[in-house]
Design a protein around this ligand. Structure first.
Ligand SMILES: [Zn+2]
Ligand SMILES: [Zn+2]
Length: 131
């Protein structure tokens, strides 16, 4: 099942249980980001997370992933971080985290925003306890 023009539910559902409650506004912004970054495919590491999976990957207890308001995009080293960051700002994401191999974007206005930060220790799909 397709959640938006370029993203399948299988890409965004919880990795442990398949639940998927992505916010439609978030999906619109993700499409905008994709388009502003040149329209190339994006690899999603993490979209919706249930509380169990969020804890497993070391997400913050208040993580926007729990509410379907965040996405982590894989950005391999040597990849397009600069371009994707620019597109994330241009798309109007109010919260942006640059990890060493991923970009977290979220629209959760119950968390501090606008806000952008760097997480050099972030790994895998987690946010290393930040958000
Ligand atoms: Zn789950
Ligand atoms: Zn994230």
């Amino acid at each position: 099942m397709r959640l938006s023009e370029h993203f399948e539910m299988s890409e965004l559902e919880c990795r442990c249980c398949g639940q998927c409650h992505m916010d439609p506004t978030l999906m619109d912004k993700l499409e905008l980001l994709r388009s502003l970054a040149g329209g190339l495919p994006l690899h999603v590491n993490s979209g919706y997370r249930c509380p169990v999976h969020n804890a497993e990957v070391g997400g913050s207890p208040r993580s926007a992933h729990l509410r379907g308001l965040a996405v982590d995009i894989a950005v391999p080293s040597g990849g397009r971080m600069h371009q994707l960051l620019g597109a994330a700002f241009a798309a109007g994401f109010p919260r942006i985290e640059q990890g060493n191999n991923y970009l977290h974007v979220d629209i959760d206005d119950t968390l501090p925003c606008p806000c952008s930060w760097i997480n050099p220790l972030g790994c895998r799909e987690s946010n290393a306890g930040i958000e």
